[in-house]
Each structure stands twice: as structure tokens, then as C-alpha cells.
Design a protein around this ligand. Structure first.
Ligand code: SF4
Ligand code: SF4
Length: 413
């Protein structure tokens, strides 16, 4: 009963969030209303000036590497010259505190001398007076915008560019709550494949894989290591984790576009590859090792490294180039055709985190109760999660095992 109330509360919260951000986004995309306040006007200028922001995934620090359509990949790398063309207080405020004197010098000149300066004029200026500054401070700033801000920088998040992301995730989380509310009904399970297909088409092929599951994990680690500007995706990941604890791993089984791609590629249900108990254990060990390796790599590199090698984004955007990209895409496609969700089971760090949540005593999950080991349900579980009268943590709450009509299977509460 408490869980049912919670499910409806969550649904209403995300409905409210959807309405709130939809209204904000509507106002931004309608100039006559945007002019009503100067604050919104500033945001609107940002939005219309960069095509990426209209469907931004936002926080990718490695924008140059990311080929996602929803990423900031379309923004050309900034140069010192461009920034002098349209200087603003904000830009200067992002310069580190150790260079305050230089900043003040430019602030004084920003209103008159540089605002109207043409490219040629500017080149002249940059050759003498400002060459030193542009070489170190402003050229480096191009790197800074692509890299993760240092701890000492003032954290400034442009929330406006995340409104489309908030709208999309509000819809996803509402859907998650609805699936959870009606999980025990038969009819909702007919919609699992259509929902997965919708997620694959929209988040995969239309938005180019953004938001990327791996970037969520990447940003979360970078946030822990002090990159406070990367807060949006970790918040979304935290919501996914909380909703998984409350409502089960519906995210993985029903909504994730990475999972959906593997689900639709899978063509080998009869061979039941890697479904044995030993195989399941080996996959768990590989996933833990990958989780640790990814974690160390990200924390040492301190940048977004996953997008560079992410074969999902390459498939979604049809943008693979170079032998390594083709190799990873080939491995992903071939393994997904032969094995059910190989990435989810052996690699995905988010899946690993969600797996761990099922260990919590109050976590919602599929359980077997009064199992007689008739094993009728085994053949329905493509994840190979049912062994020894138990459902292991890799279970994605797909609900397929319920087709066995075994009364021992207890779907989530
Ligand atoms: S394990 Fe990872 S990739 Fe697979 S469905 Fe879950 S979040 Fe998506
Ligand atoms: S145990 Fe049932 S719900 Fe879990 S993955 Fe297997 S078939 Fe799906």
C-alpha cells in the first residue's frame, strides 16, 4: 500500500516537473514572451545561438570527441579571438583567480575597445598587446571549456540548456512510475517491446545516443572528484538508482536505449549462450572488474573518456571511423546477436550499480517463493538470472519468467 502511494507520488512529481520545464522551454522558444524579463532574454540568446543546446545532452566535457547529435559536438572549438569579439562579464569571471589582474584589464576594455572590433582589427591587437594573454589565458580557455573545470573555478551551471533534458527525463520517469504501478497487470507487459522500440528510436537514433549511460557514470565519478559543474547527469543517475530501489530494475528492462539496442539485435534464443550458473558468475566478475577499471581510468584521466570509445553512439550516429571504432562496433553487434544483452551483463557500470541496489533489504525485485525447482521459468529468462531457487541481481525485471505461469514467481510489489 505504501509503495502504491509512493508510485503515484513519484508519478505526480515528474508530471509536475514535466509541466514546469515545458512551460519554461516554451517561454524561451517564444521571443515575444522571452522579452518580458531580461533574465530569460539572456538565456534565449544562448539557446538560439547554438544549435546543440536545442537538444543538448549538456555536460559532456569532451564535446569534440562526442559525435552524438544531442551533444555539443556542433560547437566549433572556441578561440581567444572569438571571445574577444563578444566579451562578457561571465567569460571573464570564469578565468581563474590567479589571473585576476589580467581579467580586470580586459574588463575595462571590453565595453568600448573590443566590442566593435572586427576580425582584422583584432588580429592586429592580438599580435602585440594581447598576444601573451591570448596565447596562455584565452587559448587555454578553449581547452578549459572542453575539459572539466578545475576545482578553483567558480561553478556556473547553465540550467537553461538542460531544460530539454529535464523534459525528456520527466517523461521517462513518469513512464517508469506507470509501468511500476501496473506491473502486475498482464496488459502492461504487451507494451515492453513498443516502449523499448520508442526509446531506441528517440534516444538512440534521433538524439544520437544522448544522454549516454556511460557519460552518466563518467560524470558521477568526476563530480565525486570535485568537478562540481557536472552535476546534472549524476542527479539523473541518482534518480534512476532511487527509482530502481523503490520500483525494481524497470529502467534496464523497459526503458534504457542501450539495453533496447541489444534486445532487438539478439537473434539466438535457442542456443542459450552464457545462461549457466557458472557463466553468470564469470559475467558478474567481469562486470565488477570493468567497473573498477573504468572508475580508475576516469579518475586518473579526469575527462570524459567513454564517449570516444562508445560503440553505441557510433551505431546510433552511424559515425564510426578508424579501426578501433569499427572493431568495437563489430564486437558489440556480433556479441549482441549471439548473446542476450552482453554489454548489460559484462560491461555496463550503471547496470553494476543498479545490480548492487537489489542487495538492499528493502529493494523491490523479482523473487521466487515456494520454488519446487521444476525449472519451467528458466527457459523464459534470457538473462540467465534464475538459479538455485533464486533470482540473481542481474535480473532486469522484464517479467518474461511470468509467462511460465509458475506461482512461485513473485513479481515486484
Ligand atoms: S545494464 Fe546498463 S546498458 Fe543495460 S539496460 Fe541497464 S543501464 Fe542500460
Ligand atoms: S528473472 Fe524474470 S524478470 Fe528477471 S530477467 Fe529473468 S525473466 Fe526477466
Amino acid at each position: 500500500m505504501i509503495r502504491k502511494i509512493l508510485q503515484w507520488i513519484v508519478f505526480c512529481v515528474f508530471l509536475g516537473t514535466l509541466v514546469f520545464f515545458s512551460i519554461k522551454q516554451y517561454r524561451i522558444s517564444h521571443p515575444e514572451e522571452v522579452k518580458a524579463t531580461s533574465e530569460i532574454s539572456n538565456s534565449q540568446q544562448d539557446t538560439t545561438n547554438s544549435s546543440c543546446i536545442e537538444q543538448s545532452c549538456g555536460s559532456c566535457p569532451s564535446k569534440e570527441n562526442c559525435t552524438g547529435k544531442g551533444s555539443n559536438a556542433s560547437i566549433p572549438p572556441s578561440t581567444g579571438k572569438e571571445e574577444f569579439k563578444a566579451p562578457s562579464g561571465d567569460e571573464f569571471s570564469e578565468v581563474s583567480s590567479t589571473e585576476t589582474e589580467k581579467k580586470e584589464e580586459f574588463k575595462e576594455g571590453s565595453n568600448d575597445e573590443f566590442q566593435d572590433a572586427s576580425g582584422s582589427e583584432f588580429q592586429e591587437v592580438s599580435n602585440d598587446e594581447f598576444q601573451e594573454v591570448s596565447n596562455d589565458e584565452f587559448q587555454n580557455r578553449a581547452d578549459v571549456t572542453n575539459a572539466v573545470p578545475a576545482k578553483t573555478e567558480k561553478v556556473k551551471i547553465d540550467w537553461v540548456k538542460y531544460y530539454p533534458t529535464f523534459i525528456r527525463f520527466s517523461i521517462l520517469f513518469m513512464l517508469l512510475a506507470i509501468i511500476s504501478i501496473f506491473y502486475h497487470t498482464k496488459w502492461i507487459h504487451y507494451f515492453r517491446y513498443p516502449i523499448l522500440l520508442g526509446s531506441l528510436v528517440y534516444f538512440g537514433f534521433i538524439l544520437g545516443g544522448c544522454p549516454c549511460i556511460l557519460v552518466m557514470f563518467n560524470d558521477m565519478l568526476l563530480l565525486f572528484s570535485g568537478k562540481l559543474s557536472l552535476v546534472v547527469y549524476p542527479i539523473i543517475l541518482l534518480i534512476i538508482i532511487i527509482m530502481t530501489i523503490l520500483f525494481g530494475k524497470i529502467w534496464c528492462g523497459w526503458l534504457c536505449h542501450f539495453g533496447a539496442l541489444q534486445e532487438f539485435l539478439f537473434r539466438n534464443p535457442r542456443m542459450q549462450l552464457l545462461r549457466s550458473k557458472i557463466a553468470q558468475k564469470v559475467l558478474h566478475i567481469i562486470q565488477r572488474a570493468t567497473f573498477i577499471a573504468f572508475g580508475i581510468w576516469i579518475l586518473v584521466a579526469q575527462i570524459n573518456i567513454v564517449c570516444t570509445y562508445d560503440p553505441f553512439v557510433k551505431i546510433f550516429t552511424l559515425s564510426a571511423s578508424g579501426w578501433l571504432a569499427y572493431l568495437l562496433v563489430g564486437i558489440l553487434i556480433l556479441s549482441s546477436v549471439l548473446i542476450y544483452r552482453p554489454f548489460c551483463r559484462a560491461i555496463c557500470p550503471v547496470g553494476m550499480l543498479l545490480n548492487l541496489t537489489t542487495k538492499l533489504p528493502f529493494a523491490n525485485k523479482i523473487v521466487l517463493d515456494g520454488c519446487t525447482e521444476c525449472k519451467k521459468c528458466h527457459k523464459y529468462c534470457k538473462m540467465g538470472s534464475i538459479h538455485d531457487k533464486k533470482v540473481d541481481m542481474a535480473c532486469i525485471a522484464c517479467g518474461e519468467c511470468n509467462q511460465s505461469k509458475c506461482e512461485g514467481i513473485k513479481l515486484m510489489s
